[in-house]
Design a protein around this ligand. Structure first.
Ligand code: ACO
Length: 221
C-alpha cells in the first residue's frame, strides 16, 4: 500500500463543514505554531473566531479535504479562500472589536505583514488564491498529505483562472511543504524580532523549529 492509499482527497461538501471544524479543533487550533505559542486552544476545544474564519473560507468553495477511507473521518484540510483588494484592511479594522486578545495578536501580525506587500499591483491582478489553513491530523503527519492537499489546491486555483497562489506559512513544516511544491518566500518575519514594547519580549515564543512567518507565493501561468 502506498503512503497515501488509505485517504481520499476531494472538495468539501457543505454537509462536511461540521466535521472539518471538528478536525481543526483537534489539530490546527491547538498545534499551529502561533496558536500554540499563545496557547490559544487546548486540543479539542472550540474557538468562535477561528471557526468563523474557517467557515467563511469554506464558503468560497475552493477548499480540499482528505478523508480516511476506512473510517470516513476528515484527517486533513487545505482551506482556501479568495483575497480581494481592501479585504485585509476591512478585516484588520474588525479585529479591535473582538474579545479574544490572543486571536487579535495573531491576526494583526498576519494582516500587517501582508499589508506591507502589494501582490495585486505587483502581479496585475484583482484577486489572490490564498491557502489560509493547512492542517493534518497528528496520526497522519509526515506522509506527504499536506503536500498532496497543496498540489490539489494549486490545481483548483488553475482551474479557476487564478494567477497568484499564496500562503502565510507560520512554521517550519508548512514552509517546507510549500517550498516542495514551488512556493517561494516573498517576505519573512522572524518571531524573535517581533517584540512587545511593553515587555521588551517576543510576542510569540514559538517552539523550535518554528522561527518565522513567511509569506509564500507561486505564480501560476
Ligand atoms: N518532524 C520533522 N519533519 C516533519 C514533521 C515532523 N514532526 N512533520 C512533517 N515534517 C516534514 C516532512 O518530512 C516534509 O518535509 P520533506 O518534504 O522535506 O520530507 C514536510 O515537513 C511536510 O511534509 P507533509 O508530510 O506533506 O506534511 P504533513 O502532512 O505532516 O502536514 C502540517 C504538515 C500541515 C504543517 C502539519 O504538521 C500540521 O497540521 N501542523 C499543525 C497546523 C499547522 O502548523 N499548519 C500550517 C500553518 S500555515 C497555514 O495554515 C497556511
Amino acid at each position: 500500500m502506498g503512503a497515501l492509499d488509505d485517504v481520499q482527497l476531494g472538495p468539501v461538501p457543505e454537509e462536511r463543514y461540521g466535521d472539518v471544524i471538528q478536525h481543526l479543533r483537534h489539530s490546527f487550533f491547538a498545534d499551529e505554531p502561533l496558536n500554540s505559542a499563545v496557547q490559544l486552544c487546548r486540543p479539542g476545544e472550540p474557538h468562535a473566531e477561528l471557526e468563523h474564519h474557517s467557515l467563511s473560507t469554506l464558503a468560497d468553495g475552493l477548499s480540499q479535504m482528505a478523508v480516511h477511507v476506512a473510517t470516513g473521518e476528515v484527517v486533513g484540510v487545505a482551506l482556501n479562500g479568495v483575497q480581494r483588494p481592501g479585504d485585509l484592511k476591512a478585516a484588520q479594522a474588525k479585529l479591535a472589536g473582538l474579545a479574544d486578545l490572543k486571536f487579535r495578536l495573531i491576526f494583526d501580525l498576519l494582516y500587517s505583514a501582508n499589508l506591507r506587500l502589494d501582490l495585486f499591483a505587483e502581479h496585475g491582478v484583482d484577486r489572490l488564491f490564498e491557502c489560509r489553513i493547512l492542517s493534518v491530523d497528528r496520526r497522519f503527519r509526515g506522509r506527504g498529505l499536506a503536500r498532496a492537499l497543496l498540489l490539489r489546491s494549486e490545481e483548483v486555483a488553475r482551474q479557476h483562472g487564478f494567477k497568484v497562489f499564496k500562503e502565510d506559512a507560520t512554521g517550519f513544516f508548512s514552509q517546507r511543504v510549500a517550498e516542495s511544491v514551488g512556493l517561494r518566500a516573498v517576505s519573512e518575519l522572524k518571531y524573535c524580532e517581533h517584540i512587545a514594547p511593553e515587555t521588551g519580549e517576543a510576542v510569540f515564543k514559538t517552539q523550535p523549529p518554528h522561527e518565522s512567518l513567511k509569506i509564500m507565493v507561486k505564480i501560476l501561468q
